[in-house]
Design a protein around this ligand. Structure first.
Ligand SMILES: Nc1ncnc2c1ncn2[C@@H]1O[C@H](COP(=O)(O)OP(=O)(O)O)[C@@H](O)[C@H]1O
Ligand SMILES: [Mg+2]
Length: 351
């Protein structure tokens, strides 16, 4: 998890150097955490995150002084060519995609000890797991807005023929300006040709807690597999827990739950009211059969936005009365008012 301070915080910005100083001082930064990026053009400033495969550093380009985030294969995986290939694959996939809800990758290389790394813009904010821990359950509107952005990024990846396969709150990053970025395409796969592919049992990618029924059963996965995982993220943001958290102690029980158990709607656990339409969106995303889910990220995003939209104001029907009819109605109302006043006055006088 990562929490970065305000990007304008002076302590995180490089000092302004003259052109001559820039040329003379290309190795200005220390590497406080060892030679994690040795052999790259970057010097470590600090570590800002890590996951199963890599570490992510805030780093400074030694010659340009430009700050970036550098993701590098973890040192413990130095002898894992399969993971090295995944990290390189992630960089190449992202390098080809351009979308406001995805990160741009602008450099790729190998460290002195043979680990691949890539550079991307440094994001300021925190992942949605951390956001949930800090704010507690989100309002339906906020959850829908953040997840809607994730769906936009995911839709772009799907359109390029990719399935992410590891959508979870830790891989959705909320920037200080409110933008959500979908991170970590480390186990993404191209759905070349047929649009679906079979998960390789040997590598068993994904996280049991967020695996769709077809992933658990090692059946072909496609973009609708990601939509199941998005449904789980939305569930957690609304309810503060997943639908099958009672089975979290055992990977087998979790797999069984995803494959067979019907989830209760998020409103069963949420502390604030959830619109019925939003419950339906979540349950549709979590349908066991991909055919019963939303068929695209755009379709899900549309249903999600509509489920929290305020009801449209009902326009008043235009009056069809003729001016003469209106005059008669008005006169009758005035006469009724006069009669009421007279009755009141007479009853008062009688006392
Ligand atoms: N561009 C970035 N800027 C800032 N932090 C980042 C950036 N990319 C990733 N991180 C942080 O690093 C963590 C690990 O990155 P991720 O790509 O998920 O690695 P892994 O493949 O090892 O799971 C993320 O959860 C996030 O907190
Ligand atoms: Mg990750």
């Amino acid at each position: 998890m990562c929490m970065l301070e305000d990007p304008r915080d002076a302590s995180t910005l490089p000092e302004t150097l003259s052109f001559a100083e820039v040329l003379d001082a290309p190795f200005a930064l220390e590497e406080p955490e060892g030679p994690a990026l040795a052999g790259t053009p970057y010097a470590v400033v600090r570590r800002v995150g890590q996951g199963g495969m890599g570490e992510v550093y805030e780093a400074e380009h030694r010659a340009l002084g430009r700050r970036a985030a550098v993701k590098v294969l973890h040192q413990r995986h130095v002898d894992r060519p399969d993971l090295a290939a995944r990290l390189r694959g992630e960089a190449r996939l992202l390098g080809r995609l351009r979308h406001p809800n995805l990160v741009d990758v602008f450099d790729l290389g190998v460290t002195a000890d043979g680990r691949p790394w890539f550079a991307m813009p440094l994001l300021f904010g925190r992942d949605l797991r951390e956001e949930l821990a800090r704010s507690g359950c989100l309002t339906p509107e906020r959850a829908a807005s953040l997840v809607g952005q994730a769906l936009a990024g995911l839709g772009a990846a799907h359109a390029a023929g990719l399935v992410h396969r590891d959508i979870k709150l830790e891989n959705l990053f909320l920037e200080h300006d409110g933008t959500v970025k979908v991170l970590d395409f480390g186990i993404a796969k191209a759905t070349s040709g047929g649009g679906a592919f079979r998960t390789d049992p040997a590598t068993s990618p994904g996280t049991p807690r967020t695996m769709a029924p077809e992933q658990c059963a090692r059946e072909p996965v496609d973009s609708r597999t990601d939509l199941y995982a998005v449904g789980l993220c939305l569930y957690e943001l609304l309810a503060g827990r997943g639908p099958f958290d009672d089975a979290r102690g055992s990977a087998d029980a979790l797999r069984f739950a995803h494959a067979r158990r019907e989830p209760a709607p998020p409103s069963a656990f949420a502390r604030r009211p959830i619109p019925a339409a939003l419950d339906r969106v979540v349950l549709t995303a979590l349908a066991k059969s991909p055919a019963d889910r939303f068929q695209s990220a755009a379709e899900m995003a549309g249903a999600l936005a509509a489920s929290v939209a305020p009801l449209p104001a009902v326009p008043l029907a235009p009056s069809r009365r003729s001016p003469a009819a209106s005059f008669v109605a008005l006169s009758a109302a005035a006469l009724a008012l006069v009669a009421l006043v007279l009755t009141l006055v007479t009853s008062l006088a009688a006392r």
